[in-house]
Design a protein around this ligand. Structure first.
Ligand SMILES: Cc1cc2nc3c(=O)[nH]c(=O)nc-3n(C[C@H](O)[C@H](O)[C@H](O)COP(=O)(O)OP(=O)(O)OC[C@H]3O[C@@H](n4cnc5c(N)ncnc54)[C@H](O)[C@@H]3O)c2cc1C
Length: 218
């Protein structure tokens, strides 16, 4: 277990907070990996939750981007109250989504976090090509890192909104009909990350439309 001091933290949307943390020496992780984290405060040390690194290995700090659920009265609600100087406990690192080659990335809400790390790594090495992103949120205000995603992906990035009508953006769900209209080739590789139901529904729809189960990365 490692203690990580918060160097900087601030809200980047109305309910999503960025945490910049001290990086221990010789600390190793890869884009798409997550960590089990708790808060180093009395009563909170044992409340362990998973979060995904959005920083890259060569950076001099660690970064997490975390949605704060005030109504849960759990760890993220407490994280929402933490400031610079507070400490988190990192229990272990585990693998989730890994980049396996070009494909279509489909994210819902904070499901974007492993993709942020993957896109940042590919962008940094000049290899971010043949990658498309469909990113679903309730409203425009919920988008995490809109400017950076737009800068990295350009026209390969499309927003989908389930609630709000915004001129110039699509307002709908990523469902079977949407996928038929949007995806040109179902032989592609698909990366899907979001709430459990979102991921299950999209994977089922993709497979029913001809996507190969072995080409689904979830
Ligand atoms: C592999 C992985 C990686 C992840 N990476 C990230 C990431 O990078 N960023 C990110 O933001 N999230 C990420 N998550 C999700 C994140 O782990 C959860 O949002 C977090 O665990 C929520 O913790 P919590 O203690 O605030 O709330 P919870 O543990 O969900 O809830 C605490 C308590 O609140 C109550 N509660 C639960 N649901 C509700 C509800 N709907 N309304 C009211 N009360 C409720 C229950 O009593 C519960 O015990 C990831 C999840 C996984 C599995």
């Amino acid at each position: 277990m490692q203690r990580l001091k918060i160097l900087n933290t601030h809200f980047i949307t109305h309910n999503v907070k960025r945490f910049v943390l001290e990086k221990p020496k010789e600390f190793k992780y890869t884009p798409g990996q997550s960590a089990h984290i708790s808060i180093n405060l009395p009563g909170w040390e044992g409340q362990i939750r998973p979060f995904t690194f959005t920083s890259l290995q060569h950076w001099d700090h660690l970064e997490f981007i975390i949605k704060i659920y005030d109504d849960h009265k759990g760890v993220t609600s407490q994280l929402g109250k933490l400031n610079e100087g507070a400490e988190l406990l990192l229990h272990d690192i585990f693998g989730t989504i890994q980049f396996k080659g070009p494909g279509v990335f489909i994210a819902g809400g904070t499901g974007i976090t492993p993709f942020i790390a993957i896109f940042r790594a590919l962008f940094h090495s000049g290899n971010l090509r043949d990658v498309a992103l469909l990113y679903s949120n309730q409203t425009r205000d919920d988008i995490i890192l809109l400017d950076e995603l737009t800068k990295m992906l350009g026209p390969a990035y499309r927003n989908v909104f389930t609630e709000e009508g915004v001129i110039g953006f699509r307002e709908r769900r990523i469902d079977r009909k949407f996928l038929i209209e949007t995806i040109e080739d179902f032989n592609a590789r698909f990366y899907v990350c979001g709430p459990k139901k979102f991921t299950e529904e999209i994977c089922d729809a993709l497979v029913s439309l001809g996507a190969k189960p072995e080409y689904l990365i979830v």
